[in-house]
Design a protein. Structure first.
Length: 322
């Protein structure tokens, strides 16, 4: 039943296709007017993640999770943070391991299915303050992480967690990897590979022998990267094992709080398998919305203060939670 048939998003005439809708705001949108307060959270395995807070002295908190090779300063994170700050919520935009400008200590970094760290972040937030309402919101990889966390923990999620929100999320990682290999998506794949290669080189220096850097030159498909690097660094048997255990679609049936999943139909890097229509049609808690346009983590309205995604998130919470 919760497959929403209509969407209010209307793209600007300036943003003519999914690629422009994805790239233009990432480059040109600037969200200012606030400054995070950073906290380093030491993890049980002697590693760390950096947390960026906005304090409204509220008992309501939104936890924001970024996408692959993103961080808390991405425009889609800052835009959502600004709206919730203005609504008098506390905001916690956390940076995955290695994503805050400093390489993490342990062999593993972060990945699409890493719910251990977001669980630690949530537990820390609850130790910090007696929050009565927590919402998890993620973009791209961050949406996959948030939904997997909610699905795995099901009815056992901490009681203050009232809702989840995900935009542009690759819920089927194997299919998503195949789409990145398409010629039309070379700009995204090449950027990810360039950034990840720098980190893999640093990790190889930290932990000699764990990965074979020479294999980077042999990569012909995104599957190769996950087989040679993502899997061994993060404790998976191989790329297919990683895809099976990390894809949110395999866990979404367990979600027990209202969750909004927004996937633009013209998202250039989401394949059909990432639009879980049948699952959501029969799911009492997951609402799937598929605007015709929006691109990947786009949904920008150039003449307006807020992106449509930010207003849609608030609208969903007003109806389902608040």
């Amino acid at each position: 039943m919760p497959v929403l048939q209509k969407s209010t998003y209307r793209r600007s005439a300036l943003l003519r296709n999914g690629h422009i809708e994805s790239i233009y705001p990432a480059i040109f949108r600037k969200v200012t007017g606030f400054q995070y307060e950073r906290e380093r959270l030491e993890l049980p395995d002697d590693d760390f993640v950096d947390l960026d807070w906005l304090d409204s002295r509220s008992r309501k908190l939104i936890v924001l999770t970024h996408g692959l090779e993103g961080d808390s300063d991405r425009q889609y994170i800052r835009g959502m943070a600004r709206l919730f700050l203005e609504k008098k919520w506390d905001v916690l935009a956390w940076n995955c391991r290695s994503c805050s400008g400093e390489m993490n200590r342990q062999q593993r970094m972060y990945h699409h299915g890493d719910i251990e760290d977001i669980g630690g972040v949530i537990a820390h937030a609850l130790r910090t303050k007696d929050y009565e309402t927590i919402v998890l919101a993620g973009f791209s990889m961050g949406g996959n992480i948030s939904m997997k966390y909610l699905g795995v923990h099901g009815k056992e999620v901490p009681a203050p967690i009232k809702a989840g929100i995900a935009f542009s999320s690759p819920t089927d990682l194997k299919a998503g990897a195949e789409v990145l290999d398409q010629r039309s998506n070379f700009i995204y794949r090449d950027r990810f590979m360039r950034l990840l290669k720098i980190k893999i080189e640093q990790k190889a220096a930290q932990y000699p022998g764990v990965v074979d850097l020479a294999r980077f030159n042999d990569i012909k498909a995104w599957w190769d990267f996950d087989e040679f690097f993502s899997a061994p660094l993060n404790g998976f048997a191989g790329a297919d094992d990683f895809y099976e255990k990390a894809s949110a679609k395999n866990f979404m049936a367990g979600i027990t709080v209202p969750t909004l999943l927004v996937q633009a139909k013209n998202d250039p890097i989401l394949p059909p398998a990432c639009y879980p229509v049948e699952l959501c049609r029969h799911h009492p808690h997951v609402f799937l919305e598929m605007p015709a346009h929006g691109g990947h983590c786009g949904f920008w309205q150039p003449a307006k203060k807020y992106a449509w995604s930010e207003l849609r998130a608030w609208e969903f919470l007003e109806k389902q939670v608040l």
